[in-house]
Design a protein around this ligand. Structure first.
Ligand code: ATP
Length: 333
């Protein structure tokens, strides 16, 4: 069977920026592909090309068996798209938003109304159905936006960072909704910066960085690709991180990874507790204080760090957002 989504050799430049540098993907019908990457990796660009909003400089793509470049209208009939910035009309109620989309899809008056009510119930928005969307919380808006993408019951769905900016409760709600959709057979391409989200929702994960695919597989495959047990050490003094590495790397079975922002050192090891004891002895011998130490199995986080040579950048983004918020608050005082 043809894949529900396919792309071959996608290249896209924005001026001097090479946003995509030869991307191939293939998503079998009824499965979920998680496109995982940090800010600016090229995830949105891929979604925009597959959903016919943007043309690639070169390469080809098909959705539901239809060529994206040759028949964009045909593709649009088969897809739903929910983006990072919810495309919700603030001045219409939740019900009116969905009813309007039904009309735009020519579902007819009766069917549009029915579908709107059905989706509002499914997305737990029935209590807020008759309030204007500008009174909705961020999570409610996202749910309404996703409901809008489902009005025409498309077989293929694109979700661009569906939970970015949501609080933990909103994120859990969204995950539950997505899992229900997938259990009904919708093919889904989901972009995310959150490893746990890809881990939970995706059948297959494509890790993308600087417009290139750097790894691909199930969550378990990616984790095992980066090896087994690792020694995880956080040093108290970040300036001595490289010294700690030089001291401890010979105890391991592979190259150490450093994360300077977290003062953290990860070393693939075998031999468990004995290695841990020896590591602490060596650090103590040179007076290097440790904040945290442990032996652990790799997480998808480790896989990402090792594959890309840097972390997902999410912590940094959150820090930046907090700093901006603080500055704004101070300015408001
Ligand atoms: P994010 O998580 O921040 O949305 P992303 O992985 O979706 O990131 P893209 O939005 O696809 O990344 O961007 C890929 C690269 O292309 C980035 O370097 C970005 O700055 C650049 N880019 C995207 N859109 C434009 C544009 N319209 N003009 C110029 N550069 C762009």
């Amino acid at each position: 069977m043809n894949p529900a989504i396919g792309a071959q050799g996608l290249v896209k430049h924005y001026g001097d920026v090479k946003a995509l540098d030869g991307v191939d993907i293939s998503v079998p019908v009824g499965t979920v592909l998680g496109l995982l990457g940090p800010n600016g990796a090229g995830k949105t660009t891929i979604v925009r090309i597959l959903s016919t909003l943007l043309k690639p400089d070169s390469g080809s793509a098909q959705v539901a068996g239809i060529d994206v470049l040759a028949d964009p209208r045909g593709v649009r009939r088969k897809i739903g798209l929910s983006g990072q910035y919810a495309a919700v009309d603030e001045y219409l109620t939740g019900y009116e938003n969905l009813d309007m989309i039904g009309r735009l899809y020519h579902l007819g008056r009766k069917k549009s109304r029915e579908r709107a009510r059905e989706l509002l119930a499914q997305f737990r928005l029935d209590d807020a159905a008759d309030r204007t969307a500008r009174t909705y919380s961020g999570g409610m808006r996202r749910r309404l936006d996703l409901a809008g993408a489902l009005v025409a019951d498309p077989p293929v769905l694109f979700l661009d960072e569906p939970t970015t900016g949501l609080d933990p409760r909103g994120r859990l709600d969204m995950w539950e909704i997505i899992q229900t959709l997938v259990s009904r057979g919708t093919t889904l391409l989901l972009t995310t910066q959150y490893l746990e989200e890809a881990d939970l929702l995706a059948d297959e994960i494509v890790v993308i960085d600087h417009g290139r695919i750097i790894a691909q597989g199930t969550s378990d495959e990616l984790k095992s690709e980066v090896g087994g047990e690792r020694l995880d050490i956080t040093v108290a003094d970040g300036a001595r991180l490289a010294e700690a590495r030089d001291l401890l790397e010979p105890l391991g079975i592979g190259q150490a990874t450093l994360d300077a922002s977290r003062r953290q050192l990860l070393i693939p090891v075998s031999g468990g507790a004995a290695v841990l004891t020896e590591a602490l002895r060596r650090l103590d011998g040179v007076g290097l204080t440790v904040d945290d130490v442990g032996l652990r199995r790799p997480t998808l986080d480790d896989a990402f760090l090792i594959l890309t040579g840097h972390d997902t950048g999410v912590a940094e983004t959150v820090e930046k957002a907090n700093a901006t918020r603080k500055t704004r608050k101070e300015a408001a005082r």
